[in-house]
Design a protein around this ligand. Structure first.
Ligand code: MG
Length: 176
């Protein structure tokens, strides 16, 4: 069984991951409106990934006979004025999620919750990748410096993003 304190933290994190998905979807919508279909696609892939993250925590609770408690989502607070701004907001949000994951790891250690520590090891690596991916795009955007041709090329490139890597597991199914 999971200690209540740990269970509460995991349920809060499910909310945070779904909230991330919601934010990415809002940013994707902005990209569509501004005619950056590649960036919109990239953000939408991110939206999917965040749902998978939420489901990893959800499945973790189910497997350990805990009770899942879904919480309310907030209206995404995205007020974007440029592609750089869109990716900066994504980075800022990922940094917030990283901090949360680290705090949860501290809690899992304090409470001697070994299974959660193992799960969080995956998330700690994943957050390094998430931040790195966004940083790389931001570096490119800074180099492009608003140039239309450069933005068009980058947008074409981001349109190529596929389902990629992951660990091959089906995050939607607790019984795998
Ligand atoms: Mg996430």
């Amino acid at each position: 069984m999971i200690k209540q304190k740990v269970l509460d933290a995991i349920n809060d994190q499910i909310q945070a991951e779904f909230q991330s998905a919601y934010i990415y979807l809002a940013i994707s919508g902005w990209c569509e409106t501004e005619n950056y279909p590649g960036m919109a696609h990239w953000m939408r892939m991110q939206w999917e990934e965040e749902i998978e993250h939420a489901m990893k925590f959800y499945n973790h609770i189910i497997r350990r006979d805990g009770e899942v408690e879904l919480k309310e989502l907030e209206k995404p607070d995205v007020d974007i004025d440029s592609p750089i701004d869109a990716f900066e907001q994504a980075l800022e949000h990922e940094q917030y999620i990283t901090k949360r994951i680290h705090e949860m790891y501290d809690l899992a250690r304090e409470e001697n919750d070994y299974p959660l520590q193992t799960l969080l090891n995956w998330f700690i690596d994943e957050q390094v990748e998430e931040e790195d991916a966004v940083n790389e795009i931001l570096d490119r955007l800074k180099l492009i410096d608003g140039d239309g041709g450069g933005l068009y090329m980058l947008d074409q490139e981001l349109a190529q993003r596929t389902g990629e890597e992951e660990d091959g597991g089906d995050e939607m199914n607790a019984n795998e």
